[in-house]
Write a protein that binds this ligand. Structure first.
Ligand code: URA
Ligand code: SF4
Length: 272
């Protein structure tokens, strides 16, 4: 036995005398439990070891090595804690997330939806576009940004040489708010984990947040869109460009020019 091992044994025997827990040594079947080792009779706990916690019914103080797990490997049974029980964190693909969203009833928006709209685009998309929530046509089709605002988005992307098919397009909430009202705070809070997981799986190079809801939700900020534009923000290290929502551009064409400026910055970041 090496000096280190001798020291360890001495230390463990001291622990045993003090009533410490059973310990398995690597060189044999002996289990040091209080009173277990020959030559030690002053068992401080005063109990016998026939009820050894490791192998009930085995010879007092010893077990067959084959009954034990390999040294140094913990074999605690898995426990269902808050995190491992969360189905979103167990998803490994965009399709997994879409399947969860399809059955989601975490907020009241599930009651009035026709289809969930999880988002669409390739697994290897380098740009993720985030809007607010599905509108009527999106709710009818299950696809994001396919109404008038969607047509404009497709043009905006084409202007920076990005075919829409190469972009992952989605929203903060995956179900249509009634009458296209803004999603409420608790609805956003319920739905955000899906967006976060989508981004985690996609690992895009750039995120384009379109409109207040997308920008404030992603960046956990309360500032106005105007004050968030013209800065490169970050979401978990990924650059986030904030710009106007295409639906807002349809109402206010003056915002088109600044929007082109913003998406050009996104383009530059993609090319870097
Ligand atoms: N507006 C959005 O924010 N998202 C859509 O999918 C469509 C319109
Ligand atoms: Fe679930 Fe999101 Fe739809 Fe609410 S909006 S029901 S959280 S998928």
């Amino acid at each position: 036995m090496s000096d280190g091992r001798a020291l360890a044994r001495e230390y463990l025997e001291q622990q045993r005398l003090l009533g410490g827990d059973p310990v398995v040594l690597p060189d044999g079947p002996t289990v040091l439990t209080p009173g277990a080792s020959p030559g030690f009779t002053n068992n401080p706990s005063g109990s016998e070891v026939s009820d050894s916690p490791i192998t009930p019914g085995s010879r007092p103080g010893s077990v067959e090595i084959a009954d034990l797990p390999p040294l140094g490997i913990s074999y605690d049974p898995p426990t269902g804690d808050l995190f491992t029980a969360d189905p979103i964190s167990k998803t490994v693909s965009l399709a997994d997330i879409a399947a969860l969203v399809a059955g989601c009833t975490k907020c009241r928006l599930c009651e009035s939806r026709t289809h969930t709209v999880p988002g669409e685009g390739p697994d290897d998309a380098r740009l993720v576009v985030v809007g607010e929530g599905p509108g009527q046509v999106e709710d009818e089709t299950g696809r994001p940004f396919v109404g008038r605002a969607g047509e404009l988005l497709t043009k905006i992307l084409a202007a920076i040489q990005l075919p829409r098919e190469q972009v992952f397009i989605c929203n903060v909430v995956k179900c249509r708010p009634p009458e296209n009202r803004q999603p409420q705070y608790d609805e956003i809070a319920s739905c955000l984990p899906y967006l976060h997981r989508q981004i985690e799986i996609l690992k895009p190079k750039v995120i384009l947040a379109m409109g207040n809801t997308a920008a404030q939700s992603l960046l956990n900020a309360k500032q106005s869109l105007g004050s968030m534009r013209n800065h490169v923000h970050r979401f978990r290290g990924i650059p986030v460009i904030v710009t106007y929502h295409p639906a807002a551009l349809l109402r206010n064409p003056n915002w088109k020019r600044p929007t082109w400026d913003d998406v050009r910055i996104a383009r530059r970041l993609l090319d870097d």
